[in-house]
Ligand binder design. Sequence first.
Ligand code: ADP
Length: 530
Amino acid sequence: VDAGGVSSNKSARRVLASVFGYESFRGDQAAIVEHVIEGGDALVLMPTGGGKSLCYQVPALVRPGTGIVISPLIALMQDQVDALTELGVRAAYLNSTQDWQVSRDVEQAFLRGEYDLLYVAPERLLTDRCMQLLERGQIALFAIDEAHCVSQWGHDFRPEYLGLSMLHERWPNVPRIALTATATDVTRREIVDRLALTQASHFVASFDRPNVRYHIVEKQDVRKQLLQLLREEHRGDSGIVYCLSRNKVDDTAAYLCTQGIQALPYHAGLGTAVRAQNQSRFLREDGLVMVATIAFGMGIDKPDVRFVAHIDMPKSVEGYYQETGRAGRDGLPATAWLAYGLQDVVQQRRMIDESTGDDAFRRRLGSQLDAMLGLCETIACRRVGLLQYFGQTITACGNCDNCLTPPQAWDGTVAAQKMLSAIYRLWKERGQRYGAGHLIDVLRGKKTPRVLEHDHQELSVFGIGPDITEQGWRSVLRQLLAHGLLMVDQEGYGTLALTDASRAVLKGERTLMLRREADRPVRPSAARGK
Ligand code: ADP
């Protein structure tokens, strides 16, 4: 370490202690802070709660000039600035919620060099007025928060972020630090490309959250299952229940209230005032359950969220990780619980098919969904699968359902062959594709009106699988989907079709071990004691 390194290190520590009141940096913070103080660009991948803010706040205080923080979270800027002001940091923000006079005052004060940190919304930053303002002041660094918003494929794409590549052209000597909690390789490459961060050092923290216990179950009577989770494992705890649709949020919140659980709804369809009120109650009061769409959560810092429950399957592993990452930020035991079913897969496949966007975009959504389904269906450690998705390798965790109560595997080759042949026959001989319900009726030999109407009782595959229950067949079906041996057809009706890979199973060239679905309660004591 050269002399500059030692001195920047020293002043960084001083700022950390005197301003923020912390004794030491955590994880990569020290290295990041030193790198940025010395003028280097950085890409920081750190899970939510990992301590990203200090990575740019400390350098902004050590370097001369103002640190410009670009953040899409306008609603949180006031809070962030208030918190900093309380610590004696000179901070302000510029965004569309301000009136003209106030933002003029902020601009003037910035030019006089009165701020350590200035938060700016991206759309504001890109205006000519703001560009000219920044040209006239002294800038310590640019921090690009929530940098994954530059990814067109991700779940939080903000077109304005694409404009941020010009920061490098206009201020080649000002260090830039991009931060995100979303960390697949693909996203990382996109951030580097689109923000012109080719020279940046990468700092990648571990994404493991050892105190979070993952538990994924098959959806049956989901309300009942949820209620059981809340009553038996999380009575009186604060938690979040994620649903896919606004209607389901409203219904579920109302239902929980009738069951004596204090639940509040949160989704983009509610008025701003209601949302703000529910959010602030959730943050301040103990033991509230927030039932929400994914609109809820970004930037929420509540340490004692004891559980995050999903009653619909998330669209991607990344989204799932983000959402479950809101549990247990205080480091104490917390649960990430998810109930999913075949209907989730079919419904989401339909949403993808109906979405606007080109083929590549849909394919990408499709493979994200497949990866999520794969995580649900795996018989291996959930945490291994989850972290593998983020390019990180660990050994089995001992704190997920699959580790605590290992699922049994069975040789499902013959069952898979039966199911695949039935799909093939229905299509080949009748020129039609069908959904799960009818397919299973045919396999089990049920003479339903629909079967009789189409004479499906005449097919060779009719009644070849009475030994497996309906639920069992559904499980087989989901696993075939998860293994890419079957697909939900593009036509959008949830009909099923074979894939190229199906042939190997049909021809007996491939055996298939499947997960046995059973009621596998994960003992709360084992989980909690961890
Ligand atoms: P992120 O932005 O990565 O989600 P934050 O920057 O909000 O995380 O930090 C999360 C919490 O951890 C905050 O309450 C912060 O004050 C605390 N924290 C961060 N770094 C340290 C540290 N070095 N020592 C003690 N507390 C820290």
